[in-house]
Unconditional design. Structure first.
Length: 219
């Protein structure tokens, strides 16, 4: 395994290149498809920011893009907070509405899907439906889904990016008010091990100096 340091700007460029290349393969499919990308990582790694940074470069490549935040697909508070506001097991197992994300975003963007995607489902602050309008994503488009704990649950992504932090960096960079979530990320690392299978793994202990984890090339 090789750890390759990279600048934040270069990381965006390399990811854009890779996604554009994969989207081109989707173009060539019969019928033409769309690319579903998961950008996974704790809030301390800012996956929403990385996904947002990819939008304009992909559009400059001629790719229609929709960025969807997992934070806009949480379950209602009555379900999400049933075991309390700071229960790490509930956070790990049941905060994200995976069925809604699949139904409203990933399946419509998948093979044979309608291309009619819902950019947000639930306003967690107001605790009500977001009432967002559906957005068309034409063939050849890219949907970027960003947030924590996205992998390992069977969500149908075509390409996954995992932003990895060491336990020490995660503790250091997590907001004190969110420290109760740390056991959930420990479970995620142990039970799911996203760094072992994500298509792209980026070490994000220092956001100013990320590093790409590269597997050795087979002889």
């Amino acid at each position: 395994m090789r750890i390759r340091p990279i600048s934040p700007d270069r990381l965006v460029t390399e990811l854009t290149d890779r996604l554009a290349e994969r989207a081109a393969h989707a173009d060539a499919a019969t019928p033409p498809g769309r690319l579903r990308v998961g950008v996974d990582g704790p809030a301390a790694a800012a996956p929403d920011e990385l996904a947002a940074a990819l939008v304009d470069p992909l559009r400059e490549r001629g790719r229609p893009v929709l960025h969807v935040r997992a934070a806009d697909f949480l379950r209602p508070a009555s379900v999400r907070l049933e075991q309390g506001r700071t229960n790490p097991d509930a956070y790990y197992e049941g905060w994200l509405d995976e069925a809604g994300l699949r139904r409203e975003v990933l399946d419509p963007a998948g093979p044979g899907g309608s291309g009619r995607l819902l950019p947000s489902l639930w306003d967690a602050t107001a605790d009500r439906a977001s009432r967002a309008a559906y957005v068309p994503l034409p063939p050849g488009g890219v949907v970027l889904v960003s947030g924590p704990l996205l992998l390992g649950g069977g969500l149908p992504f075509d390409l996954t990016v995992h932003l990895a932090l060491s336990p020490a960096a995660l503790r250091r960079r997590t907001d004190p008010g969110d420290a109760w979530t740390l056991p959930a990320f420990e479970r995620y690392a142990t039970e799911v091990g996203p760094a072992s299978f994500a298509d792209v793994v980026v070490r994000f202990d220092d956001p100013r100096h990320p590093a790409v984890v590269e597997s050795p090339t087979p002889a």
